[in-house]
Design a protein around this ligand. Structure first.
Ligand code: NAD
Length: 238
């Protein structure tokens, strides 16, 4: 049985990807067919798709909202929330996921670098903050407008856009002595570079997932298995 020792001086940075939510019934992307829930990424997850066909983009994210509302956190989300409860501010979680299963499991010190399904924001980037929005829109006419007149878009970082909270993420990686990466294929940047940044800072690096990621050679330990089966009991906190 694999185990990862966490010493009293350790600071842990965790990066999660779509794989951690797979056992909650949310499809990953790039699985066998390179589609996300049956859609081509170029049709629904790019600034160009939004300009060309906002109705289809909203149809896709409305369907993701509907699926996300039904899903429940699994044993892996819970194991990370329990680790945070043990480590307090020596723990930091960065997720590429747009679902809210980490916070529903109890995680608090976390950022969503690719945005959040349960929020919308102005398409004009007018400076107003994203708003809570779990509406499953049936058509574009139902989608509201910002006070400035811009249409609301999903609060999602489309491919080609700059991820959120990068300064805080870089700062947390610089302080980390242990990086744990769970359920991500290592193909979406800059997240796929985090393990290299952590190694440059001298941190140990652990990957957990059913198959080695594309950047597997950068990890000091690869724990092969499903997150919901491997994470509970993996960490030995001294
Ligand atoms: P990916 O789909 O490219 O890769 C999924 C990874 O999860 C694979 O490496 C696979 O081996 C692994 N995996 C599958 N089942 C697993 C399990 N039970 N336990 C652990 N790992 C498992 O995902 P990615 O690298 O996160 O990149 C996809 C992008 O699409 C992300 O940026 C994310 O924003 C978005 N996305 C989000 C969700 C979500 O919010 N739930 C779902 C799909 C895609």
């Amino acid at each position: 049985m694999a185990s990862v020792l966490i010493a009293p001086h350790d600071r842990v940075f965790v990066l999660t990807g779509a794989g951690i939510s797979a056992e909650s019934g949310l499809p990953t992307f790039r699985a066998e067919d390179g589609l996300w829930a049956g859609y081509r990424v170029e049709d629904v997850c790019t600034p160009d798709a939004w300009r060309r066909n906002p109705a289809e983009v909203w149809a896709f994210y409305s369907a993701r909202r509907k699926a996300g509302l039904k899903a429940e956190p699994n044993a892996a989300h819970i194991a990370l929330a329990e680790l945070e409860a043990c480590l307090g501010d020596r723990f930091f979680l960065c997720t590429q996921n747009v679902d809210d299963l980490h916070e529903r499991a109890g995680s608090v010190r976390l950022v969503h670098m690719h945005g959040e399904l349960a929020k919308s924001r102005c398409e004009r980037e007018c400076g107003r903050a994203p708003i809570e929005d779990r509406t499953v829109y049936r058509n574009l006419a139902e989608v509201g407008r910002c006070a400035c007149g811009g249409r609301l878009r999903p609060h999602i970082v489309f491919f080609g856009e700059v991820p959120l909270e990068m300064e805080r993420i870089q700062d947390e990686i610089a302080q980390a002595t242990l990086m744990v990466v769970v359920g991500t294929s290592g193909s979406v940047y800059p997240a796929a570079s985090f393990v290299h940044w952590a190694r440059q800072g001298g941190a140990r690096t652990v990957y957990v997932g059913p198959e080695p990621p594309l950047n597997a050679s950068a990890f000091t330990q690869v724990v092969v298995g499903k997150a919901g089966e491997m994470l509970p009991g993996l960490f030995q906190v001294e």
